[in-house]
Every structure is written in structure tokens, then in C-alpha cells.
Write a protein that binds this ligand. Structure first.
Ligand code: UD1
Ligand code: CA
Length: 455
């Protein structure tokens, strides 16, 4: 496709009143990424060399997202929301620059793939002047219907303008359209607003192109990819489809998911082939799991890198900045944050380890807590390799334990422990021979005296 230039216009100005939200509609997330972000990702994959995003006025968060994800993209403001053709024309500044292909996509149609966008571009390359991406659905309500005759696309009729007969058509408009660059601007400029909603409908370009004798065609995509989001219920249904797509991709790549429908992914989750994921695991943003690692049931991971041979969970929580090197183990009810566990290091039970480093082959006993926060500042705990922290120890940061250090169980450690040193941070045990028996006799006598006086 590199021989053809391509301008893509992403329409994202709608407020989405049916979402009943203060957030612009296209900023609602699928797999932790704003809907419009998914569209930008697909466009990168489809080789679009220029991208323009049409935003509404006062949508700084949308402009920031676009600038962050695609610094070369232009943002144009549609001052009044007068319809999809009006929105596309807000990008006039980009449209006047020549391009072979001009694509229009909707920011509320997040699951479209680069392959499908390329199908639209292929149709333009093969000589179509206007291409519409359609899809078959059993539930066409709300979508524009594609009116065809012998495979020829005649018009697109919006739900509100359609006759009863036209409403029975199940072939619908996804909203994704391709224009031959030389016709794009003039077709859009000819669109009027004489319809039930009084809006400038981009879909009217089809009838105008037919009147001009241009070549108009429809390309079919899948319903999953082309679903548009207007309501929270549609957002939730789309999230399900996205999760199914991620699960399928992980399994196709060679990962084992024991109960795929209970594993939830972020848009950026990377599982290398050969990872095993047990039931009920959530991957929030920024997780990378290397081949041969196992994520056991009921674990939650975010911003974490897990190397090969590691075992995480069951019931583990890895928070941002967690790095597990080869063969490290994080067990049940352990929370980690901003910490590196060296190769073979372990925290198997009931611990919090944050703002820390744990050297290779060190063992963090059950109930160990790094006290990293004094209410004002965070402090580090650095533990060398081959060290042993006994159960129920409290490591008050900032503090360092050298290689091979040994902290006895139940210690409160407030001072550094040098390499190979043994540290006790607890009161010494005092044992009195025979005193248990004497104490029990005394207590029993007191109880008997009390019940005797009550009778
Ligand atoms: C639109 C299509 C319909 C198609 C459906 C697919 C038109 C007239 N209708 O209907 O044929 O089946 O999408 O999901 O094109 N937007 C703006 N400015 C505007 C109006 C809309 O930027 O003035 C943006 C919205 O943010 C949204 C997209 O364009 O991302 C589509 O608008 P929306 O109002 O959701 O159109 P639908 O009624 O869903
Ligand atoms: Ca829509």
C-alpha cells in the first residue's frame, strides 16, 4: 500500500448523549484504552500516512490522547455538531491536500482491524470512487441500511428516514468509508441536510456519487468489528467481544488459558507463547509475561514484567513497577509494588513488598511487610541476594540488608543488616519452668470462688 498516499479522518466530536456521561463518548475505554485510541492503532497498521481527528470544542483530554498516541496527527474542532458530513468537513484543511485514498472512520467503532481498513483501501486501488464498509446483522436497529440492487450500492438510508420496507434490510453501514481522493472534498461539500434530523449525513455521499456516475461499492466486514457504540450496554457488549478477541489471540499464540472466559486483558497485555494462565486472572495495563511463566488463579497484575519460570499466585497482586526475574515466586496474598525480585527469589505468603529490591534466591517469609511510607515520603528497602527474612518481620525503610543476611522471625528491623549478619529485632524470650501449672491453678481457684458466691 506504500505506493498510495492516504488521509484518514476520524470523527470523534459526538458527545454521546445516550452514554449519559461528562466524558466525550470516544474516550470511554475498551480493554483500558479509549475507543478512539483503538481506531488510531488500526490506522497505524493500515499504513495511513496522514491522520486527522475531528474533536468537539472543549475536549482537551481527547486532544491530549491523540497527541500522546500519534504526535503527527492533526486535531480539528467541529464547533457545532451538525452531522457526520459536517464533521468530516471540519478537516477541510487536511482534505485540500492531495491524497490517493481518503478514509473516514468513526471514533465510536473501536474494534475495526487494520486488515479490514486495508480491504477498503484495496477497493479504492481497484478503481472504486466510493467504498462503504457494511456488515450483516440480525439487529440492525439504529444503523444506516445499505440499499443495494444486484450488488450495486444505491444509497444509505438512516433508521429515522427509512421506510418500513427499508428497515427490514439487515445489511448496515459501519460508518467506515473510503473516497478516491480526487472526489472526496467535492462529494462532501454537495451533501445537504434535508432529512428527519436536519443533519449533514456523510452517508448521502453514496447517492451523490451515483448521480455523478462514479463507481460506488460496498465491502463486507464482520459485525463484531464494525459495531458502533452509542450506549453503555453497547460498550459492555463491545468489551466482551474485545476480551474474546484477546483470549483467542493468546491461545493462537500458544498460551494455555484454563478458563478463557474468566481471564481479562488490557489492550497492551503481552503474553509470550507458552505462558499458562489459570482461572479468574485480571491483566490491567502494561503487563508482559515471558514464555514458561505461570499465572495462577485469582491474581491481579498491572504494570508488571514476569520472566520465564516465574509462578505468580494464586491470589497475588502485582502492582506497577514489579519486575520478576527468572524463576521468582510470588504466592498467595502477596502484594508487590515498584520492586525487583531477582532470579529465584520468593515471597510465598501474606506479604507487602514495595519500593524495594530483593536479591536473587532470597526468601521473604510469611507476613513480611516493607514499611515504605512514613505519611510524607516513600523510602526504599534493599535486600541482597541469598538472604532470609523470617516470618512476620517488619522492615522499616529506608533500610538495607546485605547479601546472605538473616533476619529472625518477628523482627522489627530499623537499622541496616550487613552481609552475612544475623539480626534479632524482638524481645528475648523468657521461660519460667513449672509456672504454667501454678498459674492455671490460681486462675481456676478464682473462678470457683466466683461461682460459689453466685450460688
Ligand atoms: C452513524 C451512521 C450510520 C451508521 C452508524 C454506524 C451517519 C449519518 N450515520 O450513525 O449510517 O450505521 O453510524 O455506527 O453517518 N460525529 C461527529 N460530529 C457530528 C456527528 C457525529 O464527530 O456532528 C461523530 C461521533 O462522535 C461518532 C460518529 O461521528 O464517533 C458517528 O456519529 P453517531 O451520532 O454515533 O452516528 P450514528 O447515529 O451511530
Ligand atoms: Ca454511533
Amino acid at each position: 500500500m506504500s505506493d498510495r498516499t492516504c488521509l484518514s479522518i476520524v470523527l470523534a466530536a459526538g458527545l454521546g448523549t445516550r452514554m449519559k456521561s461528562d466524558l466525550p463518548k470516544v474516550l470511554h475505554e475498551i480493554g483500558g484504552l479509549a475507543m478512539v485510541g483503538h481506531v488510531l492503532k488500526a490506522l497505524s497498521g493500515a499504513g495511513s500516512d496522514r491522520v486527522s481527528v475531528v474533536t468537539g470544542p472543549e475536549m482537551p483530554a481527547l486532544a491530549d490522547l491523540v497527541a500522546g498516541m500519534m504526535p503527527s496527527a492533526l486535531c480539528h474542532v467541529q464547533e457545532e455538531r451538525l452531522g457526520t458530513a459536517h464533521a468530516a468537513l471540519a478537516a477541510r484543511e487536511a482534505l485540500v491536500q492531495p491524497a490517493d485514498d481518503v478514509l473516514v472512520l468513526f471514533g465510536d467503532t473501536p474494534l475495526v482491524t487494520a486488515e479490514t481498513v486495508l480491504k477498503v483501501r484495496d477497493a479504492l486501488r481497484e478503481g472504486s470512487d466510493l467504498v462503504v464498509l457494511g456488515f450483516e446483522t440480525q439487529d440492525p436497529f439504529g444503523y444506516g441500511r445499505l440499499l443495494t440492487d444486484n450488488g450495486k450500492l444505491l444509497a444509505i438510508r438512516e433508521e429515522k428516514d427509512a421506510s418500513d420496507e427499508e428497515r427490514k434490510v439487515m445489511f448496515c453501514n459501519s460508518g467506515i468509508m473510503g473516497f478516491a481522493g480526487k472526489h472526496a472534498l467535492s462529494l462532501m461539500e454537495e451533501i445537504g441536510n434535508s432529512n428527519v434530523k436536519g443533519e449533514y449525513y456523510l452517508t448521502d455521499a453514496v447517492e451523490i456519487a451515483n448521480r455523478r456516475g462514479l463507481k460506488v461499492s460496498a465491502v463486507a466486514g464482520s459485525e463484531v468489528e464494525t459495531q458502533g457504540i452509542n450506549t453503555r450496554a453497547q460498550l459492555a457488549a463491545c468489551e466482551q467481544d474485545f476480551q474474546d478477541r484477546m483470549r483467542r489471540a493468546a491461545m493462537d499464540d500458544g498460551c494455555t488459558l484454563l478458563a478463557p472466559h474468566t481471564v481479562f486483558f488490557s489492550h497492551d497485555t503481552v503474553l509470550e507463547p507458552g505462558v499458562t494462565v489459570e482461572q479468574n486472572v485480571v491483566f490491567a495495563g502494561g503487563v508482559h509475561v515471558a514464555s514458561g511463566a505461570t499465572i495462577r488463579a485469582f491474581s491481579h497484575l498491572e504494570g508488571a514484567a514476569v520472566a520465564s519460570g516465574c509462578v505468580v499466585g494464586p491470589y497475588a497482586r502485582l502492582r506497577p513497577g514489579t519486575v520478576l526475574e527468572h524463576g521468582a515466586k510470588i504466592g498467595n496474598f502477596v502484594e508487590t509494588k515498584n520492586v525487583t525480585f531477582g532470579a529465584g527469589a520468593k515471597a510465598n505468603h501474606l506479604s507487602y513488598v514495595g519500593d524495594a529490591s530483593v536479591g536473587s534466591k532470597s526468601n521473604i517469609g510469611a507476613g513480611t511487610i516493607t514499611c515504605n511510607y512514613d505519611g510524607f515520603l516513600k523510602h526504599r528497602t534493599d535486600i541482597g541476594s541469598g538472604s532470609f527474612v523470617g516470618s512476620n518481620s517488619t522492615l522499616v525503610a529506608p533500610v538495607q540488608l546485605g547479601d546472605g543476611a538473616f533476619v529472625s522471625a518477628g523482627s522489627v528491623i530499623t537499622q541496616d543488616v550487613p552481609a552475612d549478619a544475623l539480626a534479632f529485632g524482638r524481645a528475648r524470650q523468657d521461660t519460667k519452668e513449672g509456672r504454667a501449672k501454678a498459674l492455671k491453678e490460681k486462675l481456676k481457684a478464682a473462678k470457683d470462688a466466683k461461682s460459689g458466691s453466685a450460688a
